[in-house]
Design a protein around this ligand. Structure first.
Ligand SMILES: Cc1cc2nc3c(=O)[nH]c(=O)nc-3n(C[C@H](O)[C@H](O)[C@H](O)COP(=O)(O)OP(=O)(O)OC[C@H]3O[C@@H](n4cnc5c(N)ncnc54)[C@H](O)[C@@H]3O)c2cc1C
Length: 370
């Protein structure tokens, strides 16, 4: 006889939403996570009164009305608007590329002047069919923007020269001809005041949660622990990597507490020179307009992924997509295990899309439409 209706593997966004809704429907649930904390990759840890985004900066943005309404039941969101800065050899530019960027770069004032400048630069390159990423970018935005704001960052991200990367990586480099530094186009945006961990803890109120517990160990001891399992861990790991390992792109973070109130004046600064080894510096307090006497910064480095490393971004190329499909076929034959979340589906999801997918899961499993 199973102890629980549901075993939920993973206390991240996906697992927490499912657990919350299943408990509301009177189901008995146990949530486990192999980490020693809840919240998965959106985990924030309070240090010096500042909520540090431990697994990378997370900015909530969505145009999905039902998702926005839902998250606001568990957190109050502030009015943070992501307006990152790009640093290149002592110069700073606004991102995404907009009239502030163009004005700083060329001294232009009107959209017509900016468009003309970009068109001249594109024409000067005389590129027909782009053969690589460098040619693609040059044919989209011209030399200045490419050299200062695309080249170094992209090369650090991919660990290769832009000439050696396929043109297909960049399809568009959107230019905005308004003085608008808001990085996202979504209707709603913000950061949960008090951190993401608190938001997840509220979802998990009244739910039995055990941290530091590995799925494999638990079911080895208690194979019948639950009637059904929602598995938000890596799908290939569930099958002991028997068909091969799905690959990821990884990141490395180096955090530092500084004895100063305000280090860079903005939450996100991209470093666009290839010679600077990190890709970004995050100053966490600015996500919540913090006024603490100290500050915490995190340097973010692009890193190759090796089995056992933290899986960050799935690599959806032909090899990995085909391998995932083979795991998916195995998964489809499972009677009582459902794979979910970014790792179960081997898919990059922004938080709002992860929540929307969790809503679908709730509907399929519990018959409730959120
Ligand atoms: C670097 C980075 C930056 C991002 N920034 C943004 C952003 O700015 N805005 C945005 O909207 N989205 C962002 N995202 C996406 C966001 O992180 C995801 O949408 C979200 O974390 C998905 O939640 P999840 O519950 O599916 O997965 P996770 O948060 O990964 O949760 C899965 C949990 O399962 C646990 N687990 C796995 N296997 C086992 C096992 N065998 N036994 C026990 N426990 C297990 C893990 O420890 C983990 O805690 C970013 C993602 C990355 C990688």
């Amino acid at each position: 006889m199973a102890h629980y209706d549901y075993l939920i593997v993973g206390a991240g966004l996906t697992g927490a939403i499912f657990a919350h809704e299943a408990c509301r429907q009177g189901k008995s649930c146990l949530v486990i996570d192999r980490r020693n904390h809840v919240a998965g990759n959106i985990y924030t840890e309070e240090i010096e009164g500042i909520n540090v985004h431990v697994y990378g900066a997370h900015i909530f943005h969505t145009s999905l009305e039902n998702v926005w309404r839902y998250v606001n039941c568990f957190a109050e969101f502030n009015n943070y608007v992501n307006s990152p800065i790009a640093y290149y050899k002592g110069e700073v530019y606004n991102m995404p590329f907009n009239m502030n960027t163009f004005s700083r770069m060329w001294g232009v004032v009107t959209p017509a002047e900016a468009k003309e400048k970009i068109a001249q630069q594109i024409a000067a390159e005389g590129i027909g069919e782009p053969r690589n990423l460098e040619e693609q970018a040059l044919s989209l935005v011209g030399r200045d923007i490419f050299e200062k704001l695309v080249k170094g960052y992209t090369e650090k991200q991919w660990g290769r020269d832009c000439k050696d990367l396929p043109a297909s990586i960049i399809r568009r480099l959107p230019c905005r001809f308004t003085y608008d530094n808001n990085y996202f186009n979504d209707r709603y945006q913000g950061i949960p005041m008090g951190g993401y961990t608190k938001m997840i803890e509220r979802m998990l109120e009244g739910v039995e949660v055990r941290c530091g517990v590995e799925y494999r160990d638990l079911v080895a001891e208690q194979p019948d622990i639950a009637a059904r399992t929602i598995y938000c861990g890596p799908i290939d790991g569930f099958y002991d990597y028997r068909l091969g390992t799905l690959e990821y792109r990884s990141l490395r973070f180096e955090s530092e507490t500084l004895d100063e109130e305000n280090h860079q004046g903005v939450a996100v600064v991209n470093y666009n020179e290839r010679e600077v080894p990190w890709t970004r510096i995050i100053e966490h307090k600015h996500f919540e307009f913090g006024t603490q006497p100290k500050t915490i910064i995190t340097r973010e480095y692009s890193a190759n992924w090796h089995p056992g490393d933290e899986p960050y971004y799935p690599i959806n190329d032909a090899r990995n997509s085909a391998l995932y499909e083979r795991y998916r076929e195995l998964a489809d034959k499972e009677g009582s295990v459902v794979f979910a979340g970014r790792l179960g589906g081997y898919k990059y999801y922004d938080m709002d899309k992860a929540i929307a997918a969790a809503f679908d899961l709730v509907e399929d499993e519990l018959g409730v439409r959120l």
